[in-house]
Design a protein around this ligand. Sequence first.
Ligand code: MN
Length: 236
Amino acid sequence: MVCIIGITSSFNEGNSQHHVADPYVTAVYQAGGLPFLLPSLDPTQVEDVYAACDGFLFSGGVDVDPYYFGEEPQQGLGEIDPQRDAFEIALARLVLQGRKPALAICRGIQVVNIAAGGSIYQDITTITSLCHSQQAPRYHGSHTVEIAEDSRLYQILKNKDIRVNSFHHQAVNLVGKGLKACGWSKDGLIEAVEIQHKEQWILGVQWHPECCYAIDSSAHKLFQSFIREVKSRKER
Ligand code: MN
């Protein structure tokens, strides 16, 4: 069965091109999904985009405008993409109301959490000394994430402690409505959230499983579970 996975993208003003890093596309494809790249269209288009896809991958990228969680910009906030923010927040709100599965990675977990009414730390470098911006290769797991045993994430990974890569300077602060934290780094920061409703499948991770899909069993299980869920829902 063909399952269309919409992957959100970034936009480069400089060369006027939409971008998705290849590992997202490759991981979705190798796990059995058909990757479709979603440009950051006008938010009035999100209902059509939602209807056209079977599942969604919210990909990594630049910072989210703190306006969306009711804060003024603080020192340490990075680059903002207003069009992408508007499109992804609108799409994430539909996903949170609907029944189509979504995997949200890095910026993605932040977008979904903000769309659910939560907030993020604009710059974690001021609140933790643990290194979340690794200098190691992207496939390398540089810090530990502890997984809650009563979570769906634990059912997928069957592991309480995993090693993950880390390339972020923001993190989930207040958890959005309907979501719950299910993974933490050793400094107590939230590294994974999931939807509480049993009829939905929405999972956010702060790390980048797409970068180690081929070599890391946890990353492999995440994408396999995501695509399996999309297929089983489409069959029903
Ligand atoms: Mn991290």
